[in-house]
Design a protein. Structure first.
Length: 202
């Protein structure tokens, strides 16, 4: 599997000049799978090598000439760098912007809002987790509610994963969302073993 991972990364690196959203959506989707089989430091380095050049070209802030797909690509790459590469700059920016985004989601361009929630959720401490859990039922749209939920389930902390499961079981999460939120936790490589133990103990 390591050899196959190296082969895939070598192939993906040939797309460094690619600027189409659909291509990067596919690449990042495959990249996320490698996180389950690669050594963590090697995976983070590989993700950074693949995605950082794209981010350096696009930057954080939207530009006047950006079309819809460029805006979407920026958000996708920011989320990929923050979640898969643990890029310090990206994580710091997301954590700095999450409170304004939760207070007023429309204060940022929509793809930046999504990326900030994705990255901050993945790196949330207990205080931020509490803030996102508080924001979940108050979010102005169902789509934003689901995004916040998805990122509560992206936690890397076993104790917070247990709290998400408790929210799902105790009815704090709507029935139609509880199943996929629980499934997302059980696929989360950072906490899935702890989440399964907690679920079995309920």
């Amino acid at each position: 599997m390591l050899f196959r991972s190296a082969e895939w990364l070598a192939l993906a690196s040939q797309f460094s000049e690619e600027d189409r959203y659909q291509v990067w959506q596919m690449l990042i989707g495959h990249l996320s799978v490698l996180g389950n089989v690669m050594e963590p430091d090697a995976f983070r380095a590989a993700a950074s090598s693949l995605l950082r050049p794209v981010y350096d070209d696009l930057g954080w802030d939207p530009r006047n000439e950006d079309d819809e797909l460029t805006l979407a690509l920026r958000g996708l790459v920011i989320a990929g760098l923050g979640i898969h590469a643990d890029d310090p700059e990206i994580v710091e920016k997301a954590l700095a912007e999450i409170e304004p985004v939760l207070t007023d989601p429309a204060s940022r361009q929509a793809d930046i809002t999504k990326a900030v929630i994705d990255v901050a959720g993945s790196h949330a401490d207990e205080g931020l987790f509490d803030r996102m859990a508080e924001a979940y039922p108050k979010a102005p749209t169902a789509q934003l509610q689901q995004r916040i939920l998805a990122n509560l389930a992206s936690t890397r902390r076993p104790e917070l994963a247990a709290r998400v499961l408790d929210m799902a079981i105790d009815g704090d999460i709507r029935n139609q969302d509880a199943t996929w939120v629980s499934a997302r936790l059980l696929r989360n490589r950072h906490v899935r073993s702890a989440a399964w133990r907690h679920l079995r103990g309920r």
